[in-house]
Design a protein around this ligand. Structure first.
Ligand SMILES: [Zn+2]
Ligand SMILES: [Zn+2]
Length: 343
């Protein structure tokens, strides 16, 4: 089978790999679409060799068709369309036993070598435990199905911080997850959503996604705008989806008293906070990562048309053009949000 393999820094090539063997609890999925995540771009750029080592089959945001089922699999049959949850929990560690599957101490992630090396989904066939599969509703295409993973991240984040009716949300960083947060926050009842970025193309996407106000931080002071747009009070929730010291500072300074930072970004491994702002304003910083049971909710929202992920797919490439796909995703001037590879 054909597979997109990381060969060197800034080089991903299609290789011929043997058809993977199938365990009794697994389904062999004929992958049809696999998206490129920000973490894959970091891998392509050679910045995270621990998680994306040379030789790995890339990809973890994917959808496809059931090709073959293992001996123990009763709930799926060949031909069914499925989305893949790429985070495989152990089910027995303390977080798993509490139902926090996405925080599993022994998590295996498709297309990553974070704890255990595991090949990914940017290939023709991937073996996946059947419990990691979710049926795709008829109205959801394979490309949209590949976006269920980042979209579920956004749904999980909003669940973590909670959105009160009529509240003011600032979304700092409008990549794929940030753009889905903009839409989902409106669905969840936010009164006003303010999107902040320095990329004009992505800000235009945020406006189309329903942002009430967009702020180009290279031209305007985001803190001043957020305060003005919230009647001087500050935002109730600031979603940090960029991950730099500067963007964390914007979030903190733009918040109302008792406001909450939803911390998603981590481009810089450490950032410092003005502690007095945090303490005297009773600010909460809430870490948000991945998702678990939110996938079916997210799929239903996409199927009903209430969450539109299609506009985020700015580029699609065939598997044979995977190098070009990664170059596009890594190029800040390419006006890309989500690049999807058709496998
Ligand atoms: Zn991802
Ligand atoms: Zn576990």
């Amino acid at each position: 089978m054909k597979a997109a393999v990381l060969k060197a820094t800034r080089r991903v090539a299609v290789e011929d790999r043997p058809l993977p063997a199938l365990r009794p609890d697994e389904v062999l999925v004929r992958i049809r679409a696999s998206g490129i995540c920000g973490s894959d771009v970091h891998g392509f750029e050679g910045r995270i060799f621990d998680r994306r080592p040379i030789g790995i089959i890339m990809g973890h945001e994917a959808a496809g068709e059931v090709h073959e089922v293992g001996a123990q699999v009763k709930e799926f049959s060949p031909g069914e369309r499925v989305a893949i949850n790429p985070l495989i929990p152990c089910l027995v560690c303390p977080p798993c036993r509490r139902g926090w599957f996405h925080l599993c101490d022994a998590m295996v992630t498709l297309g990553s070598a974070m704890r255990v090396f595991h090949d990914g989904t940017m290939c023709e066939f991937a073996p996946v435990p059947s419990r990691q599969l979710h049926r795709l509703p008829e109205a959801v295409s394979f490309e949209e199905g590949a976006l269920v993973e980042p979209a579920s991240n956004a749904v999980h984040l909003l669940g973590r911080v909670g959105v009160e009716l009529g509240s003011v949300l600032a979304v700092v960083g409008t990549g794929a997850i940030g753009l889905i947060v903009v839409q989902a926050a409106k669905l969840a009842g936010a009164g006003k959503v303010i999107a902040v970025d320095i990329n004009p193309f992505r800000l235009a996407c945020a406006e189309r996604a329903g942002a009430d106000r967009i702020v180009n931080a290279a031209e305007e002071d985001p803190v001043a705008v957020i305060r003005e747009e919230s009647g001087g009070r500050g935002a109730d929730v600031a979603v940090e989806a960029a991950g730099t010291a500067a963007t964390y500072r914007i979030c903190l300074e733009a918040l109302a008293k008792r406001g909450k930072v939803a911390a998603l970004g981590f481009m810089e491994p450490e950032v410092s906070f003005p502690m007095r702002t945090l303490v005297y304003r009773e600010i909460s910083v809430i870490g948000c990562t991945a998702f678990s049971c939110e996938i079916d909710t997210t799929l239903a929202l996409i199927a009903s048309g209430r969450l539109a992920v299609k506009p985020l797919i700015t580029h699609t490439f065939p598997l044979d053009s995977v190098q070009e796909a990664y170059e596009t995703a890594a190029d800040p001037k390419s006006n890309s949000v989500k690049v999807v590879v058709r496998c």
